[in-house]
Write a protein that binds this ligand. Structure first.
Ligand code: COA
Length: 185
């Protein structure tokens, strides 16, 4: 399945030209970060900054959840969440919403934000869950290389439906329980 969805990065498993990896600081977000995070989300994913700000504030207020930022030289360049989802099985900690500013992509920031959140969840002794559209091959590759395994596929997970009709439910167990390696997914 290929993606024409403008919300997803164009799939380029072997890009010709590459920028070097960039060092970034990842940290939990606070209320003052909301406007700049909302602007980043609107720029990268579409929709209005006002709607994104409401969603980010809800995530900041939610229990057992986390909003994180990645900064390069003080500039906010990436955003991601962890949400504890319990509406449907499997109940647990889900990685959601990872977004890297388009001009900073393919420099290791998505990987950094994902590893950082995996460590945060594993630090609570829990497996890490996420669901990804089957069209979003860039994100599927990112999660596969960090050790996520496909558990199921379906039209929706945790009440979130996929525009293309299919998504994958992925899971990564803490290293002590076995796998942290590139999976065959
Ligand atoms: C998915 C996303 C977060 C990746 O961020 P990024 O900073 O560009 O990713 P990284 O540079 O850390 O890439 C890590 C690995 O992911 C995979 N990857 C990332 N972008 C890719 C692309 N466009 N095509 C193919 N593979 C890709 C590669 O395996 C890459 O490793 P490599 O660069 O050594 O080949 C970014 O493209 C994005 O913000 N997309 C739009 C929002 C989105 O789809 N979020 C995911 C929702 S589940």
């Amino acid at each position: 399945m290929t993606s024409d969805n403008p919300q997803f990065a164009a799939y380029a498993p072997a890009p010709g030209e590459r920028q070097p990896p960039v060092a970034a600081v990842v940290a939990g977000a606070v209320e003052e970060d909301v406007p700049v995070l909302a602007a980043l989300q609107a720029r990268a994913r579409g929709g209005s900054a006002g709607e994104w700000a409401q969603r980010i504030r809800r995530a900041l207020d939610a229990e057992r959840s986390l909003v994180v930022t990645a900064r390069v030289a003080g500039e906010v360049v990436g955003y991601a969440n962890v949400a504890f989802l319990s509406a449907h099985a499997p109940v647990g900690y889900y990685l959601t919403g990872v977004t890297v500013d388009p001009v900073w992509r393919r420099r290791g920031l998505g990987r950094l934000l994902t590893e950082w959140r995996m460590e945060w969840v594993w630090g609570r002794g829990e497996p890490v869950w996420c669901f990804v559209s089957a069209e979003n091959r860039a994100s599927l590759d990112l999660h596969r290389e960090l050790g996520f395994e496909r558990v199921a596929s379906g039209p929706s997970f945790q009440g979130v439906a996929f525009a293309c009709g299919e998504g994958w439910l992925l899971r990564a167990d803490p290293p002590s329980q076995g796998r942290r390696r590139k999976s065959s997914m």
